[in-house]
Ligand binder design. Structure first.
Ligand code: AMP
Length: 285
C-alpha cells in the first residue's frame, strides 16, 4: 500500500473506490475500507483509496479544527490491513492551491434543510461539497463510500453527484456502533470518561423517538431522553429520509440528532419509527 501526498503520487491509483475521511480512523471507518475492498474485488480489482484530510473549509469552529485528532502513521497501517491500495494524505496547498482557487459547487437543496446541520454549522456543507468535489476530481473514482452515520452528508453527496451528473456510484454504509450503542466517531476520543458514558443519551434518544408514531411526540420524548443523560441537544428531528424536510406518510423517515458534551459535538441518526439496536438492553446500563 502506498501513501500519496501529491497529485503525481496519487495518479497511479485513480479510477477506483474512494473513501473520504478526516483520519483518526476507528473500526467503523475500517469496515468502510473493507467494504470498498470487496467492491473493488468484484470490479476487476480497481484501486481502493482512503483520503485522510482534515478539511479546514468545513469547520465552523476553530477549536474543533485545532483539537481534531491526527495520527497518519497509525491510520495508514490500519488502511493497509483493511485492504486499501493507497492512502491519499494531501497538504492544504495541494487541495487548495492559492493560484487556482477551488470553487464551491452549486449546493443541493438538502444541504440547507431547516434547523439541522446547516443551521447549527453554517458553512459546513459548502465546505464538505467543495472538498468532496475536489477529491472526486483528483481521484476520479467510479464509486465512493460514505457512512450513514453522517446521513445529511451522505444525502448532500448523493444530491451533488446527481446534480453535476458525476459518473460515481455513491454507496451508503450502515452506522457502526460501540457495544453500548454509541455511534463510533473520531470525536469520541475527545470525551472524558464521564462524558463518554453520557454520550449514550443520544442513541437512547433515537430509540425513544422510535417508540412514538407522531413526529412531534417523538421529537419531544427523544430530546428529553437524551438531555436526561446530560447531553445538550441542538436538535432531534424526524424528517423525510430523502428530502430532509417534514416526514410524509408512507415514505421512509429518519430521526436525526446532534448534541454537545462539553466542547465535543456528536451527531447520530436512525430509521424512524421503530429503531432498536440488536440487543440494546444487553449493553445499556
Ligand atoms: P470522518 O472521518 O468522520 O469524516 O468520516 C469519514 C467517513 O466515515 C464518512 O463517510 C463517515 O460517515 C464515515 N463514518 C464515520 N464514523 C462512522 C460510523 N460509526 N459508522 C459508519 N460510518 C462512519
Amino acid at each position: 500500500m502506498r501513501i500519496a501526498h501529491t497529485i503525481d503520487e496519487l495518479a497511479p491509483h485513480t479510477g477506483g473506490v474512494l473513501i473520504p475521511t478526516m483520519g483518526a480512523l476507528h473500526p467503523g471507518h475500517l469496515l468502510l475500507v473493507e467494504a470498498a475492498r470487496k467492491y473493488a474485488d468484484e470490479h476487476s480489482g480497481i484501486p481502493v483509496v482512503v483520503s485522510v484530510f482534515v478539511n479546514p473549509t468545513q469547520f465552523n469552529e476553530q477549536l474543533d479544527f485545532d483539537t481534531y485528532p491526527k495520527r497518519l502513521d497509525q491510520d495508514a497501517r490500519a488502511c493497509a490491513n483493511a485492504g486499501a491500495t493507497c492512502v491519499f494524505a494531501p497538504s492544504v496547498p495541494t487541495m487548495y492551491p492559492t493560484d487556482d482557487p477551488v470553487p464551491v459547487p452549486p449546493l443541493p437543496q438538502v444541504a440547507s434543510s431547516p434547523m439541522l446541520e446547516d443551521h447549527h454549522r453554517p458553512g459546513h456543507f459548502p465546505g464538505v461539497c467543495q472538498v468532496c468535489k475536489r477529491l472526486f476530481d483528483l481521484c476520479k473514482p467510479s464509486a465512493t463510500i460514505f457512512g450513514e452515520k453522517d446521513w445529511q452528508q451522505l444525502s448532500c453527496i448523493r444530491a451533488m453527484c446527481a446534480q453535476l451528473d458525476l459518473p460515481i456510484d455513491v454507496i451508503g454504509h450502515p452506522t457502526i456502533r460501540e457495544p453500548d450503542g454509541v455511534a463510533m466517531s473520531s470525536r469520541n476520543l475527545n470525551l472524558t470518561t464521564a462524558q463518554r458514558k453520557q454520550a449514550v443519551g443520544i442513541v437512547r434518544g433515537l430509540i425513544e423517538a422510535g417508540q412514538h408514531a407522531n413526529p412531534a411526540d417523538a421529537e419531544r420524548a427523544g430530546r428529553d431522553t437524551a438531555e436526561s443523560h446530560g447531553v445538550r441537544m441542538e436538535y432531534l428531528a424526524v424528517r423525510d429520509a430523502s428530502t430532509l424536510l417534514a416526514p410524509k406518510p408512507d415514505e421512509p423517515a429518519r430521526v436525526l440528532a446532534a448534541g454537545r458534551l462539553g466542547d465535543v459535538r456528536l451527531i447520530d441518526n436512525a430509521p424512524w419509527p421503530n429503531f432498536s439496536l440488536d440487543a440494546p438492553d444487553a449493553h445499556l446500563e
